[in-house]
Design a protein around this ligand. Structure first.
Ligand SMILES: [Zn+2]
Length: 344
């Protein structure tokens, strides 16, 4: 089958790889009908993959082609959303709704023995725990928005949940990538009154406005902190959604959160310590977050997508087939494309 492999930084290829197949009785095999390139795929694109030649991709919608003998709820022919992490659905952490900490779980497309979603097909471990069936046609017009439930919309929502967004809150969203923009949708759903989107790409800020952002901060660093202070009567934001993961972004986040507020981190951190521990203590700031348990959030977000109340699929501004994926990575890396949808 054909799949997208990464060999070293900047080296993304369309290659023939061994066909995906059922290996364990709890597996399902899916034909990938939609996948995409993630902002987090750009970290290995710039720094190099975990394993040379690994199949990339962790976001997908597919049609179930086959199931193992122990699969109970997933059936061949179903259209399924595949969260970016697989999980058994039965352990203590899955029970608690933290499937990204599943005792038997792991991540797709990161160079381990499980493959990636930027491919014609994929083996899905723990099909019953991992996959979420949706009663729609595989070519439904809502596919882009449904696909965001495999990662970016669930991740933006997680940032908002961890940052304790509540009705009437002042929310700041760091980053105008797909996750940040979905964070705006999430903050609005949860009742935020003022939503300050921080970024510098005008087209993305415009989409953020459509999603519910009320104010925009284009500055960075100390200037951005001063600007948020101005916009919030000198107090800062109740909730900060950190959707970037860089050292600069966490520094700014810590500078704009108000006393008693919370920072929800969902950008994969490329720093080893959280700055401003002293002021974090004296202002009673909570910092939390991590890989979003998107599997837990699908049930809550899916009806809103199906009823058209939220349209996170608008983050896709380019559509390619597998042959177009290497160029898609390049376009996203140059910030020319916001998020690339793949129809294998
Ligand atoms: Zn589990």
């Amino acid at each position: 089958m054909r799949a997208i492999t990464m060999h070293k930084a900047g080296d993304v290829r369309v290659e023939n790889v061994p066909d995906a197949a059922i290996q364990e009785p709890t597996d399902a095999l899916i034909r990938v009908t939609r996948a995409c390139v993630c902002g987090s795929d750009l970290w290995p694109y710039n720094d190099g993959p975990n394993n040379a030649g690994q199949v990339m991709g962790h976001e997908a919608i597919g049609v179930v082609e086959a199931i193992g003998s122990d699969v109970r709820t997933i059936r061949p022919g179903q259209v399924v959303i595949m969260p970016f992490a697989f999980s058994d659905g039965t352990c203590m952490f899955c029970d608690e709704g933290l499937q990204t900490a599943c005792i038997h779980g792991g991540f797709f497309g990161n160079g381990n023995a499980v493959g990636g979603a930027q491919a014609e097909a994929l083996r899905v471990p723990f099909a019953d725990g991992t996959l979420f069936p949706v009663d729609v046609d595989a070519e439904d017009a809502l596919m882009p928005s449904l696909l965001t439930l495999s990662d970016v919309m669930g991740t933006g929502h997680h940032a908002a949940v961890v940052a304790q967004v509540k009705p009437g809150h002042v929310v700041a969203v760091m980053g105008d990538g797909a996750v940040g923009l979905c964070g705006v949708i999430a903050a609005r759903r949860l009742g935020a009154e003022q939503i300050i989107l921080m970024g510098r790409h005008e087209d993305r800020l415009a989409l953020g406005k459509e999603f519910g952002a009320t104010h925009f901060v284009r500055e960075r660093g100390d200037e951005a902190i001063a600007r948020v202070s101005e916009l919030t009567g000198g107090h800062g934001a109740h909730s900060v959604l950190e959707c970037v993961g860089s050292e600069k972004a966490i520094e700014t986040s810590m500078g704009i959160v108000r006393p008693g507020g919370a920072v929800g981190r969902v950008g994969v951190p490329h720093y080893s310590t959280i700055p401003d521990a002293q002021s974090m203590f004296f202002s009673n700031v909570t910092v939390g977050g991590g890989p979003a348990p998107v599997r837990a959030y699908i049930a809550e977000l899916l009806p809103e997508v199906l009823e058209g109340r939220i349209e996170p699929g608008k983050v896709f501004d380019r559509k390619v087939d597998l042959d177009g994926v290497p160029e898609g990575y390049d376009a996203m890396n140059r910030r020319e494309a916001l998020k690339v949808l793949i129809k294998p």
